[in-house]
Design a protein around this ligand. Structure first.
Ligand SMILES: [Zn+2]
Length: 452
């Protein structure tokens, strides 16, 4: 898998961070010492050990060069380090959303804007969505579909320190079949419909599938997204029919794995889920009509489930607002949307591996953390849902060496909430502190001006 460089950011942001830390440490003791350049200590009231599934007591996280240098019990900053006081907070690793579309966002005019907006209109807005996502505590996202690989440009701008945002692993355009959930010309007047091909992510044979994956490699994407079933927000008639053959799915997966890509499969229908799991995909997204046989297969194959309950919840509510969606979409949204939470609860009980993901863009960016409450509402324990958004999501990204827990050697992505989220999961919506690769973006619930 080709990952974006994980450690590049502007030296200006680095210097600024040191400045903020120095400011915060004033009056905390040890201020007379000259701070060791680049060493920061987070003094946390509690730390969630996501690897062990435990809430630890007072803990100091020592950070240098964008990585965690040491995790010490007790509140003891090393001599000369600049300290940040999080004594009333619970710290945890940066959160990971495994399913976003960062370059678009729902609105009442979304289906009309498509005829008026250029790609640049979406891209400019995406920088705002990226900042909101980061400030909500999501330091890493998997972007599962855009329209012209524009999320790769956003990823590169964030990595270069040009705009603030989460670390992005992008699928570029989703891969699907003619007239299916990935076909952007569904529902249009016939003279506007196009016969799209592999370059556009539209495949109709295993040969097309191989080529489409190689196109993504050529474009520098990080992960592959396929559409083996119908979906809610396109203008096709079915939200859950099977839209890819087993042979096409196998061709995508075999080629993707050759190139080190994981494969995420959008699937609502039970048959489409079965084919995707048998075809070897790494995750099933949404999974609305997942049946007992699908769950058994997913456990056997080690396939992750990314529920996106918040998206189902949001579209079911918006479908009741007259005119918000085109009629076909409103019908599918009210059929499928309300079912996902119960499916997620059954999958948890069946011991299917679960990673946190929300389908951000289907609902407004920055509200990602509401998914935690919905997962708990489905019957999952609070610690489990936090692990789903950290260690599990990092494993699904194939990036658990660097992400998913706060430990020596890992990237310094740390967030905090005011209180214990195990007692009150709604605290996840009140992230008060955000650090990504050692740079502070939010402290005391206030965004930091990083000069970006
Ligand atoms: Zn999606």
């Amino acid at each position: 898998m080709r990952y974006p460089s994980l450690l590049n950011r502007s030296s200006a942001a680095r210097a600024l961070t040191a400045g903020i830390a120095a400011l915060l440490s004033a009056g905390l003791g040890g201020a007379a010492e000259a701070p060791a350049p680049g060493v920061t200590a987070l003094l946390c009231g509690h730390l969630i050990d996501t690897a062990a599934g435990k809430v630890l007591g007072e803990t100091t996280i020592v950070i240098e060069g964008g990585r965690v240098k040491e995790v010490r019990s007790g509140l003891q900053a090393p001599a000369g380090a600049t300290a940040i006081d999080l004594k009333t907070q619970t710290c945890m690793p940066g959160l990971i959303d495994s399913h976003t579309h960062i370059t678009g966002q729902t609105s009442r005019t979304e289906y009309v804007d498509r005829y008026h907006w250029n790609l640049s209109d979406y891209v400019i807005r995406s920088t705002v969505y990226a900042r909101r996502t980061l400030l909500a505590g999501f330091t890493t996202i998997r972007n599962l579909g855009d329209s012209a690989n524009e999320s790769a440009a956003l990823r590169n701008a964030i990595n270069a320190g040009v705009v603030p945002g989460p670390r992005i692993f992008t699928a570029g355009k989703a891969i699907g079949s003619t007239g299916g959930h990935a076909d952007p010309t569904d529902g249009l007047r016939q003279d506007l419909m196009k016969d799209l091909g592999s370059v556009d992510g539209i495949i109709n044979s295993p040969e097309d599938a191989v080529k489409a994956v190689r196109e993504h490699y050529k474009l520098g994407d990080d992960v592959i997204k396929i559409m083996p079933s119908g979906g809610v927000l396109d203008e096709g008639g079915s939200g859950d029919n099977s839209q890819m053959t087993l042979e096409e799915i196998r061709a995508v997966v075999t080629t993707a794995h050759d190139y080190g890509f994981a494969v995420a499969a959008h699937a609502h229908g039970a048959e489409a889920i079965r084919r995707a799991v048998l075809g070897g995909v790494d995750s099933i997204e949404h999974g609305t009509y997942m049946d007992a046989e699908d769950m058994k297969l997913m456990v056997e194959h080690g396939t992750y489930f990314v529920p996106t309950i918040i998206a189902g919840d949001f579209v079911a509510r918006q479908a009741k607002v007259p005119g918000y969606y085109p009629a076909t979409i409103a019908r599918k949204a009210s059929e499928i949307g309300p079912l996902i939470q119960a499916t997620a609860g059954r999958a948890y009980k069946a011991h299917v591996k679960i990673a946190f993901g929300t389908d951000a863009a289907v609902y407004p960016h920055g509200e990602n953390a509401h998914e935690f409450e919905l997962m708990v509402g489905a019957g999952m324990p609070p610690m489990f849902v936090i692990q789903a958004a950290t260690v599990n999501a990092a494993a699904l990204l194939r990036h658990d060496k660097d992400l998913g827990s706060v430990a020596a050697g890992k990237l310094a992505d740390v967030v905090a909430v005011p209180g214990n989220p195990i007692d009150d999961i709604s605290l996840m919506k009140r992230v008060s502190f955000v650090m990504k690769e050692g740079v502070v973006y939010k402290v005391n619930s206030v965004p930091v001006d990083t000069g970006l």
